[in-house]
Design a protein around this ligand. Structure first.
Ligand SMILES: C[S@@+](CC[C@H](N)C(=O)[O-])C[C@H]1O[C@@H](n2cnc3c(N)ncnc32)[C@H](O)[C@@H]1O
Length: 176
């Protein structure tokens, strides 16, 4: 086979694998749509973590939110199911060394109870599950959560900035 035939099949295979990887995330969460540039800092401002505290992005896409968090001196951890995006974010965040970690995997199975602030850009039909997930994660300490664009059903947000909703999950039950 000529070299250009090989090239054609390699490009096609990569394109097909990319489409499959993007589509496979749909049952587990939201497909990749990055947070709009002008809104990113609003999410981080709402979380208002101190340097050295831990920020987690549930579904970290290309790693942009992790980079912005690291630039504030926060420890940043991202979970990403799409291997192509995980590779892109590994490459993009390399220069932040141990301050940024990208984990290829399903965030629903992750233990993020060490997080001080969580950012999530999910989709309506996963928000109830997200609420149950966050209740479990906040058993040991209080947890700030910012959701992009989608409110958590049955919960009152404590602040809003543009499309970002801030929620506080408490380690103690209300009135304890
Ligand atoms: C709407 S995008 C948000 C990307 C990034 N957080 C941002 O705001 O720019 C959602 C991301 O979550 C990833 N994702 C969806 N479900 C996931 C899961 N269960 N575990 C890990 N990543 C997931 C998708 O592949 C996608 O990159």
């Amino acid at each position: 086979m000529e070299w250009y035939n090989w090239l054609f099949w390699i490009v096609w295979s990569i394109a097909i694998l990319m489409v499959i990887s993007y589509a496979l995330t749909i049952p587990f969460g939201a497909i990749y749509i990055p947070t709009i540039k002008d809104e990113r800092q609003k999410a981080l401002d709402l979380l208002d973590l101190k340097p050295g505290q831990t920020f987690v992005d549930l579904g970290s896409g290309d790693g942009t939110m992790l980079i912005l968090a690291a630039q504030r001196g926060w420890k940043a951890i991202g979970y990403e199911l799409n291997p192509f995006l995980a590779i892109v974010s590994w490459l993009r965040t390399r220069r932040y060394g141990r301050h940024v970690k990208v984990r290829l995997g399903n965030f629903w199975k992750a233990d993020v109870s060490n997080a001080d602030g969580i950012f999530v850009f999910l989709i309506t039909h996963h928000m109830k599950r997200l609420d149950r997930f966050l209740i479990k994660q906040a058993r040991q300490k209080d947890l700030k959560v910012v959701s992009n664009s989608f409110e958590i059903p049955g919960r009152k947000y404590s602040k809003k900035s543009g499309p970002m909703f801030l929620y506080i999950y408490g380690s103690k039950p209300p009135n304890a």
